[in-house]
Structures are given as C-alpha cells and as structure tokens.
Design a protein around this ligand. Structure first.
Ligand code: GDP
Length: 434
C-alpha cells in the first residue's frame, strides 16, 4: 500500500500532523516537490519540530526518508536541518535518501528570488525568498545543476564551468557588487562530500522497496491551490504539489499510488497575495486567526482566514483524485455560534460550482453560503466520533456531501493523539497494520 498525503487548499492544512500520524504504518516517507519552504510543524510529546525539507517521518526511528528528483535542494538548509535533528538525538545516517536528479538551490537563486519579487512591486507573489522559484526556472530552462552532477566523473560540461556561467549571468542581471564564482563552486565541492552517502537513484530505490514489500507514504508540500498548473496562477509555487507530481517527482508510475488523502482545514486560510473568495476581513477572520494560531511556521506571516470553501476542495478532489479527506482544526471552530460553508460562487446572474482559471472572475465572484449552527461544547481533544456534539457531526457530514469526499480522519488538536479515525474507512486498516 502506497498513499499520498497532500494539501487540498492553499497549504498549511496540517499535513505534517497527518503524515506523522500515519508514518508508523509506512517504512518510507518521500517528498516529491518543493523545497525548504514547506514548514511542517509536528508536536510529539509536547515538543515542537518544524521540518522544512526532510520529511517529518524522520522523527520515527526505522523510517527511511526520501527527497525526490522533483524537490529543489539547498545543501546548506539541509545541513542546518540535520544539525538541529542531531541536537535532539535524531540521526539521519542510513535513513535519508536523496535523488541524484534533484536540482540544487545555489546562493544566486536566493538573490534572484528577492530581486524578482522587488521587480514585481505591487504585484508581488509573496514568495519565501529561499531561491526555490529561480531554481525551478533554471531546471526548466535546462541550466540547472543536479545533485548527481556534482559527482559525475565524466561530465559533458564540468560543474565549475556551469557555475561560472550562472554566476556571470547573475552579475549581469543584478549589477552591483559582482559575486565571485569560485566560493560558490568550492561550497558545492564541500557539500558533495557530505551529500554523497545519501545520494541514489530514487526511482530505482522505490521500485526495489516496492518489490521488497515496503510501503511508501508520498508527502506533498504546499497545497492544491498553490500548484503551478492547478492553483491560482501566478500566485502559486513553482512545482506540482498535486497527486500527479508524485509520478514525475519520484519516478514512479500511477500504479504505485493506492490512495490519496487530501488534508483540509475545517475553514480556509491562505498566505500571501491572490484572490481568496471566502476571506473574512472583519472580526470573524481575526477570531479564526487567533484561535487557529494562523501564522506561518517558517515566515511568521499572518495567514488570511475565511470560511470553508467547498468549491476549492471539490477542485482538489478532482485534480488529485482524492479518496478521503483529513479534516483538521475542527477545535478552532469551538465557540462560533454560526458557521458558514461556501458551496458555489455567484457571478452576476450565474452560479459557478467549479473553481475558474481566471483570477479576475475569482476576485469578483461572491461566495454563496450555507449556514449551520456552531457547537456549544468544545471539541478540542475529542478522540471519538460519537462523543462529538451533534452540530459538529452535522458540519462534518455536510462537508462530505458538498465536497463528495468522505472525511475519514478528523483532527481536534495539534497533538498526534487528538485525532478521530472514522469507522469503516481504509485508513483504520492502514493504521492498524502499523
Ligand atoms: P502543514 O504545512 O500542512 O503541515 O501545516 P503547518 O504545520 O504549517 O500548520 C499546521 C498547524 O496546525 C501546526 O501548528 C499544527 O500543529 C496545527 N494543527 C494541526 N492539526 C490541528 C488541529 O486539529 N487543531 C489545532 N488546533 N491545530 C492543529
């Protein structure tokens, strides 16, 4: 059994917790896209871990963590993360596999990221300035340098030459004090010495693992609405966080995917710019932000908050082929008298039920809401479906109806144990197998 866990909204849905919960049932956790902008937060035994690049599965002894070719890798960020893990006694040696085909993020990518964002002025995308977008640009522009290229004994164009060319291009673009290429190259030579033991052909590794009966969990970063193809372009990330990214980002066929879990909050949030139909700009939005602690794990930026948008989650259900939802942060809605679910958008006299490609339409469309009663008794920490107030169950079941996807996992708190796995779902079998 190999499953995908990915975000069904604009990221930050709580994927880290769900992956962490499921990891004991899988011996491999693999990242297939993104870079060190992911920022999964996991609480284990009251301790907080923010993992940006290495899959959170690393916190479970015996799990192999894979960084696929679809990921862009900043070696310095990786080494910092490894050092932090070692500080708390988590060893990565023998448990980390990095694709030889993953592209590298180099210092000039970070500079270009900041430069591009400044150039955009008012129309900035809200990137994390970690060089991820420019590294993907170089990959698609066929200029990138891959991890495995560093150890290529007979390169067509030596890495030193390629770094020199890229740094020269950077100097032409940015002006100012020129960057010297030699230190950039030297840093790569040193990085290769450290990376070498972990580097492999990930497609081969995963195929061998499957033959050996090992189960893999494919972990998505960001969310469907931030996907380069299916998200709210151009306010998106530079990779495919949707289920299709698993195949291209790890080198596995579609048959290697047995199920897809879409993680979604019980309301909606988004970081950065771009339209968000159910955004609440008044007190209710502020209340959700405070109750949900909606501030970025990596950047600390406040997240925009709004009601649950079923149009968004239906879109995610279709483009990812979602089998089930993991509905997180139900406890954040504790104490709200009235809850709203957006079931469609009104555009003049038309009703839209599918998420449009044109952002102008998204920005002007009015959400169509259904109102449901909130619940008086807090659900924070509730671990049994039957113990939830009837209003909570109605809310969950309405979300299932309007999205067309069963909510097999419910989360009522940040701790791994504050979770309800619904009867009759396959998820229960996966967890028990672990
Ligand atoms: P990810 O990138 O999708 O893993 O999301 P983040 O880690 O950025 O944000 C999720 C945040 O919500 C983390 O701080 C989690 O600990 C927290 N969280 C996850 N599930 C729940 C939940 O059910 N209730 C509450 N209150 N917090 C949760």
């Amino acid at each position: 059994m190999n499953i995908v866990v990915l975000g069904a909204q604009w990221g930050d849905e709580g994927k880290g917790k769900i992956v962490d919960l499921l990891t004991p049932s899988f011996s491999i956790v693999a990242r297939y896209q993104g870079g060190h902008n992911a920022g999964h937060t996991v609480y284990v035994g009251g301790r907080k871990f923010v993992l940006r690049l290495i899959p959170s599965g690393i916190l479970h002894p015996g799990t192999t963590c894979v960084i696929g070719n679809g990921v862009v890798l900043d070696p310095q960020a990786l080494f910092e993360e490894i050092a932090q893990l070692r500080e708390v006694g988590v060893e990565v040696d023998g448990r980390l596999v990095i694709s030889d085909r993953a592209h590298l993020i180099l210092p000039y990518h970070r500079e270009r990221d900041v430069f591009a964002e400044t150039q955009r002025g008012e129309r900035k995308i809200g990137t994390t300035s970690r060089g991820i977008g420019p590294a993907y640009e170089d990959k698609i522009g066929r200029r990138g340098i891959r991890v495995g290229d560093l150890g290529d004994p007979c390169p067509t164009v030596p890495v030193a030459d390629r770094v020199r060319e890229q740094v020269a291009a950077r100097n032409r673009l940015l002006g100012g004090t020129p960057l010297a290429w030699e230190p950039v190259y030297e840093q790569l030579v040193t990085a290769w010495e450290r990376l070498r033991p972990w580097v492999r052909d990930v497609s081969v590794f995963l195929a061998e693992a499957r033959r050996a009966g090992r189960h893999a969990l494919y972990e998505g970063a960001q969310g469907t609405m931030l996907d380069i193809d299916h998200g709210t372009y151009p306010y998106v990330t530079s990779s495919n966080g949707t289920a299709g990214g698993v195949c291209t980002g790890l080198g596995v066929g579609p048959g290697a995917i047995d199920g897809v879990i879409g993680v979604t909050k019980a309301y909606t949030t988004r970081v950065g710019d771009g339209p968000m139909p159910t955004e609440l700009l008044e007190d209710t939005g502020e209340r959700l932000r405070k109750a949900g602690n909606e501030f970025g794990a990596v950047t600390g930026r406040p997240r925009r908050c709004g009601w649950f948008d079923a149009v968004v989650v239906r879109h995610a259900a279709r483009v990812n082929g979602l089998d089930v939802l993991a509905l997180t942060k139900l406890d954040v809605l504790d104490g709200f008298e009235i809850l709203r679910i957006c079931t469609g958008y009104r555009l003049g006299d038309r009703t839209l039920t599918e998420f449009p490609a044109q952002l102008g339409i998204v920005a002007t469309a009015e959400p169509i809401y259904e109102e449901l009663p909130g619940w008086a008794m807090p659900v924070a920490g509730v671990r049994d479906y039957a113990a939830l107030p009837v209003e909570t169950r109605r809310y969950v079941e309405r979300i299932e109806t309007v999205t067309g996807v069963p909510a097999a996992i419910l989360s009522t708190g940040s701790d791994r144990h504050d979770t309800i796995v619904r009867e009759g779902s396959d998820i229960g079998a996966w967890l028990r197998r672990g």
